[in-house]
Design a protein around this ligand. Sequence first.
Ligand SMILES: *Cc1c(COP(=O)(O)O)cnc(C)c1O
Length: 327
Amino acid sequence: MTESPTYSDVVAAAERIGSEVHRTPLLTSRLVDSETGARVFFKAENLQRAGSFKIRGALNALSLLDADQRAAGVVAYSSGNHAQAIALAAAILKIPVVVVMPTDAPATKLAATQAYGASVITYDRYTEDRERIGAELAEDKGMALIPPYDHPHVIAGQGTAVKELLEDTGPLDMVFVPLGGGGLLSGSLLSTKALAPDCAVYGVEPEAGDDGRRSLRTGTIVHIDTPVTIADGTQTQHLGEHTFPIIKRDVEDIVTAADTELVEAMALFAARMKIVVEPSGCLGLAALLGTAVRDPGAVAGRRIGVVISGGNVDLGRMAQLLASRSR
Ligand SMILES: *Cc1c(COP(=O)(O)O)cnc(C)c1O
């Protein structure tokens, strides 16, 4: 458990979860290719089960629990995609699951988590500590606590998305990956360094929460307050003990995208590619388009992968964001 995952763990994860998760399609856009001068391949994890890549890590981690742990059940705390993924993975494996969510979590997310069969316990995010509630449940009932990113089995599961991408595209020159706590990025790095060692992988985080970039610059994990950004899937406060060493070793760089750039990318996805992408899922495209403007030579003529990490956005919220555009 404390060992650092390797590409062989990603390969094992792919075999373990392959029959239950979608091999999501690759999408391309002539508009994006012409605006960047590159050949761009999108890995559409917005079309994944439960709407994001998170089912990959959740299902891998839950599959690796032993019989006693499965009988005791699992607990997760999250208001977002991890909660839904854990709930679905637990339903697939018939493991009891408790999800600890804030009382003010969006009703749709609460309902979706319950619809997968999870018990939901709510807490007041201003007066109660979810980590303590989760830890107490784990302690009292012997339930396994599955964290959203900082776990070797979660990292190995998340790595299967870029493994599929590279298997389907052949060698790429660059890959852009959304970055929160780094489960997706570290897993993507394991796959890329094994399948396309010369490919440069970029982590992309919201501008308001650039702790990852600062961690890379300083060499130690930087902690920040919860960043104010529309990218709710990447509102993390720090990288993980398991994710950071892999990122530090293998990432080319960590770049950022502003909320306004995320909305532009969301509009392009909707209008041109006809897909619904949540703000965090727009990070990769936003960074690619930003790079193409600032430094066209860096991307022109290259073969580039972009991970679309998820598509769970309330439609009213999406309409509001799109209406807020100034042009
Ligand atoms: C969780 C999530 C991320 C960030 O993943 P990490 O493994 O925490 O870096 C990015 N996008 C979406 C849609 C997510 O749900």
